[in-house]
Design a protein around this ligand. Structure first.
Ligand code: PLP
Length: 427
């Protein structure tokens, strides 16, 4: 009889994977708290929270209870002409946690669709008013998901080259660094002065897929102020930065300015079920109210507002209302700070950076930063050998663990990291 892995190889097409050359995937048979358990009896720390989603740890019993209770009530309902209590509860509670201008929640299934919806909201916001502001601004290096609209506002080249002819036009601003912050704001102003820019989309404070690239909240505030001065609507894609990752519930809590739309997903359900939210201000929403049906937001997905996902998200919100969660976030932040200090002058490292519970280590290397860089596979192998499951982005590896990670596990991650850095100096 074929093994599970043989059958995986026979039938499964994995995401972001060159199926011809990729090493065999880890055969996970159980996941609990910070760890994966495999068919061969090994245990691995899931240091990147299963693609950055699993904020409370695997198999969280509180969320599990909410899920099974909800299943016994409602599995799923259509969400047009029908509604249910968990979606209503979630919408109300999410609005209460965001700045008070956020008042309307649109449900979808994942981060990419949350972004698609946000873009469509703004395009139609202008359309419904008969205002011509067709241009969209995004940040160089952006990642907003893998559907066509989301790809269009993301980094060109790399992953998306075959599809580029089909993307809509987007103007990209350079990524802000200490040297060019002011210049980029000037460029942004020049673009906005045309009056044609209707939308700015940005990952606040941390660009995830670009390699956990970080920039200052003050700069983002200046950009948002500028956008609003030229009546440009602003989308914060908080799909990755939301739910405590940056040390606060949302990255925007580090800022003074407030966007017009926020996209949420990933940690929203505690990383248990797929769900996306696009939350808008009343001003955006009001532009869709009309006696004409065609002015409505005519968008939806079969699983919009899924009741099980909403129940998990409400349970996750309960956990964010517990002090323990925030104590853990602080604890990881403290560990990041200490490890960053320790690594500061390490000869193998080009740059170490952190925001909240994210610590990124960028290795020095000749080839430059690239998703395909060879050192990536060495990082993966070294960490796997030492009981840690990691997915670096090229020569950048980073830790964004479930918040329940223990001090002992953090020490293990630190030891394995130090050992790897010594190893590559010798290479
Ligand atoms: C992961 C991610 C997305 C896409 O979310 P999916 O659920 O994978 O579709 C969008 N934006 C950001 C910032 C992300 O990190």
């Amino acid at each position: 009889m074929a093994s599970w892995i043989e059958k995986d190889n026979a039938y499964v097409w994995h995401p972001f994977t060159q199926m011809k050359t990729a090493p065999l995937p880890l055969e996970v048979v159980a996941a609990k708290d910070t760890c994966f358990y495999t068919a061969t009896g090994e245990k691995y720390i899931d240091i990147n929270s299963s693609w950055w989603v699993n904020v409370h740890g695997h198999g969280n019993e509180y969320i599990g209870k909410a899920l099974s209770e909800q299943f016994s009530k409602i599995d799923h309902t259509i969400f047009a002409d029908a509604t249910h209590h968990k979606a209503i509860e979630l919408a109300e509670r999410v609005c209460q946690k965001l700045p008070e201008t956020f008042q309307k929640v649109f449900f979808s299934d994942n981060g990419s669709t949350a972004v698609e919806v946000a873009l469509k909201m703004i395009v139609q916001y202008w359309y419904n008013q008969g205002i011509h502001k067709p241009k969209i601004l995004a940040l160089d290096g952006a990642y907003h998901g893998d559907t066509f609209g989301a790809m269009s506002v993301g980094q060109r080249g790399g992953f998306n080259t075959p599809f580029e002819p089909y993307f809509f036009d987007v103007d990209f601003l350079d990524f802000p660094t200490a040297e060019n912050e002011q210049l980029i704001l000037e460029n942004a102003r020049l673009k906005m002065e045309s009056g044609e820019v209707g939308c700015l989309i940005i990952e606040p404070l941390v660009q995830g897929s670009a390699g956990m690239r970080m920039y200052r909240a003050e700069w983002l505030d200046a950009l948002v102020r500028l956008a609003h001065a030229f009546d440009v609507k602003v989308i914060f894609d908080e799909v990755m930065t939301g739910w405590g990752r940056t040390g606060k519930l949302f990255a925007m809590n580090h800022c003074e300015e407030v966007p017009d739309i926020v996209c949420l997903s990933k940690g929203l359900t505690g990383g248990t079920l797929p769900l996306g939210l696009t939350v808008a201000t009343l001003e955006i929403y009001n532009a869709f109210l009309s006696d004409k049906k065609a002015n409505a937001l005519l968008h939806g997905h079969s699983f919009t507002g899924n009741s099980l996902a909403c129940a998990c998200a409400c349970a996750s919100l309960d956990l964010f209302e517990q002090q323990k969660t925030w104590d853990n976030v602080k604890r990881i932040e403290g560990w990041n700070q200490r490890l960053m200090g320790k690594l500061e002058k390490h000869p193998a490292i080009f740059n170490t950076r952190m925001t909240g519970t994210i610590l990124a280590i960028e290795l020095r290397q000749q080839e430059g930063t690239s998703y395909y860089s060879a050192i990536r596979d060495e990082i993966v192998a070294h960490f796997l050998e030492n009981g840690i499951f990691i997915r670096p982005l090229g020569n950048v590896f980073f830790f964004n663990p479930p918040y329940c990670i223990s001090d002992e596990e953090l020490r293990q991650v630190e030891d394995v990291t130090m050992c790897f850095l010594e190893k590559i100096i010798e290479m």
